[in-house]
Design a protein around this ligand. Structure first.
Ligand code: NAD
Length: 405
């Protein structure tokens, strides 16, 4: 947890060895990764796996890179050093294990898996095959989050006391696959969105989670999964995190972030637009098709380096000697002398995506231990599952029930 991530400008690619990567799942996450892997100076996009015929054809036509209908075919046919797994949550365990068992290093998207047992299997497979296992990207890779962590580790602002996070989005009303609306199958914000906030808080606080308390909301009978959450996390070192999340497409917290989107792009206010657009969707199949057309590979969403810093809503970190606020270009520091601004240099790649690739490259080539390894990813799954359980049982949950007696 105390290791420091280097920005690309601080740490030019030293090695000439180019690592060949394969992308599994060419949806929203996989599609964003395509240009980021292609433009990374130390990596080469060498293959993809995707069951949708039309998506595969489009990808092959545009990239001249082979695409296979399954991860097994890709692992058999392509020569790869690593795979990036961007398939729906429920496949993360199986895909990570088969990749590791084939000797490939692995980046698996968040959430690492749907259960701690699955996380343990993935960690064991990576260890047995002597390959790296990284989880991400999450917004804990955001340059501002890493800079806040560095300020804390340096002693400049004192120890962390509290992390306050607010994110209000349209999450529940973007076109979804059926399982994304079924909590038992890993749907809803507790598996998809809250892990970002948990990961950020864990990265900044740098201590194990002691206990959690949460309440969740399900406000739409047509989309019966968690769309809102209020949560409190108590860390072993006495720091706390408070989380507010709403995915109901009403208030949009980007309003408090200079109308800069989660990815760091300029956006316009469009309250309720996602809800209204969904009204013309008449079936789950049509909604799933719309998801692919709107967010899948080639859908035309912004994927390259953004003009502003990415974020996951409004965040204020209180430390012993200063409050820190992540902003669209850097960090505001409020201390006894007043307020000052710490700008963050623009990345040459999309922050988060390029950073997770670089963290893997450094781990493989330079033997730098990754921060977001399997154990870190597991910790976020453990806390996120505990938050869900706390909401269901309406009580505080102690992690591993170490102190419940
Ligand atoms: N880090 C982030 O900010 C971020 C953003 C989006 C998604 N994600 C994560 O990425 C994962 C995928 O989410 P998404 O939004 O891209 O979903 P999506 O539905 O947009 O895309 C999933 C893709 O995987 C493909 N697929 C399904 N089964 C497959 C299989 N067996 N083998 C290969 N491909 C298969 C689908 O055809 C589809 O193209 C999720 O776990 C999600 O949490 C992370």
């Amino acid at each position: 947890m105390t290791a420091v991530l280097h920005s690309p400008s601080e740490a030019p690619i030293a090695s000439q060895r180019t690592l060949a990567g394969g992308i599994v799942g060419l949806g929203l996450a996989g599609g964003i990764m395509v240009p980021n892997m292609q433009s990374h100076p130390g990596l080469r996009l060498a293959a993809a796996a995707e069951p949708c015929d039309a998506t595969r054809s489009r990808f092959e036509g545009e990239t001249n890179v082979p695409a296979f209908s399954s991860i097994e075919d890709m692992l058999r046919e392509a020569t790869l050093d690593f795979v990036y797994i961007a398939t729906p949550h429920q496949y993360h365990r199986a895909h990570a294990v088969v990749a590791a068992n084939n000797g490939k290093h692995v980046i698996v998207e968040k959430p690492m898996a749907l259960s701690l047992k699955d996380c343990d299997e993935m960690i064991a497979a990576a260890a047995a095959n002597h390959v790296q296992l990284l989880v991400g990207h999450t917004h804990s890779f955001d340059p501002a989050v890493m800079r806040i962590r560095e300020l804390i580790v340096s002693g400049a602002v004192g120890r962390p006391v509290s992390v306050s996070m607010w994110n209000y989005t349209d999450f529940l009303y973007r076109p979804r696959r059926a399982e994304e609306l079924d909590t038992a199958a890993g749907g809803g914000i507790m598996f998809n969105q809250i892990p970002h906030q948990v990961d950020i808080a864990r990265m900044i606080v740098g201590a194990p989670v002691r206990s959690v308390r949460a309440a969740t909301s399900r406000l739409d009978s047509a989309r019966q999964t968690e769309g809102g959450c209020s949560a409190f996390i108590d860390f072993e070192n006495g720091a706390t995190a408070t989380i507010a999340y709403s995915g109901y497409d009403r208030f949009d917290s980007d309003e408090l972030h200079d109308w800069v989107s989660e990815g760091g792009y300029v956006k316009a206010a469009a309250h309720g637009r996602s809800r209204r657009a969904l009204r013309s969707c008449s079936s789950a199949t049509e909604e799933e098709e719309r998801r692919r057309a709107t967010f899948g590979y080639g859908a035309g969403i912004s994927v390259g380096p953004p003009p502003h810093q990415p974020h996951f809503g409004l965040m204020i970190v209180s430390c012993e000697r200063a409050d820190l606020r992540q902003s669209s270009g850097g960090i505001w520091i409020y201390d006894d002398e007043g307020a000052r601004y710490l700008g963050i240099e623009a990345r040459t790649w999309r922050p988060g995506r390029g950073d997770v690739l670089e963290e893997l490259r450094r781990a493989i080539i330079d033997a730098v231990p990754p921060i977001h390894d399997g154990a870190f990813g597991r910790g976020t799954v453990e806390a996120s599952l505990a938050l869900l359980r706390s909401a269901i049982e309406r009580r505080e949950i102690f992690l591993n029930e170490r102190r419940s007696g």
